[in-house]
Design a protein around this ligand. Structure first.
Ligand code: SF4
Ligand code: SF4
Length: 184
């Protein structure tokens, strides 16, 4: 998730500034801080009283405010600067041009906006978790009504778009998406 100063935006930065889906709980449910980032965890208000437990920042990130509110702060988790989704890598490598990438992001956000009113669960939980939980629940209950079928259809579309554009590792491995997905 690239986040340089707005007046020095590269194509990659422009993409991330408009997208943000890896911070907002749509692609992942959380990120995990690395050992040695305990001081950052304190700054970020993250629980880490158990030294054996991994320190999680749960999405939607509380520092997301339409943009990363600490993009230049030294206490930003390391993974925030390091992570690059498949689409960002392709734009950086000039395999996909910026307008095409932005079009994909807008298409995905449109489907997300259609799904959001259909989603159960607490709105402060990650979209991905609520989506997967609801799809799993409907699948285990068998045939559904028209609204449920419509939901499952749109959920399938958004997961296909995640696979197509973001090149997620778990999709490559052909394993089902879990309701607990950390930024790798
Ligand atoms: S999902 Fe990819 S393009 Fe979107 S903000 Fe994250 S790294 Fe950038
Ligand atoms: S700290 Fe900033 S870059 Fe990192 S997940 Fe939160 S909003 Fe995104």
């Amino acid at each position: 998730m690239k986040s340089d100063l707005p007046n020095t935006l590269t194509n990659a930065n422009q993409l991330c500034v408009e997208c943000g889906l890896c911070c907002t709980g749509h692609l992942f449910t959380h990120l995990t801080l690395k050992p040695g980032e305990e001081a950052k965890a304190d700054f970020l208000g993250l629980e880490h009283s158990d030294p054996a437990a991994k320190i999680r920042l749960v999405f939607p990130c509380h520092l997301w405010n339409g943009n990363c509110s600490i993009y230049a702060h030294p206490s930003k988790p390391n993974i925030c600067d390091a992570y690059q989704c498949g689409l960002l890598k392709k734009v950086t490598a000039q395999q996909v041009d910026l307008p095409e990438a932005l079009k994909a992001v807008r298409q995905i956000k449109q489907v997300i906006s259609e799904l959001e009113p259909m989603l159960e669960g607490k709105p402060d939980q990650a979209f991905l978790k609520r989506l997967i939980d609801q799809v799993s629940s409907l699948e285990s209950s068998g045939h559904g009504n028209a609204d449920e079928l419509n939901f499952r259809l749109k959920a399938g579309v958004v997961l296909v778009l995640f696979k197509k554009y973001f090149d997620r590792r778990e999709f490559k491995a052909q394993r089902p998406v879990s309701n607990e997905e950390s930024i790798p």
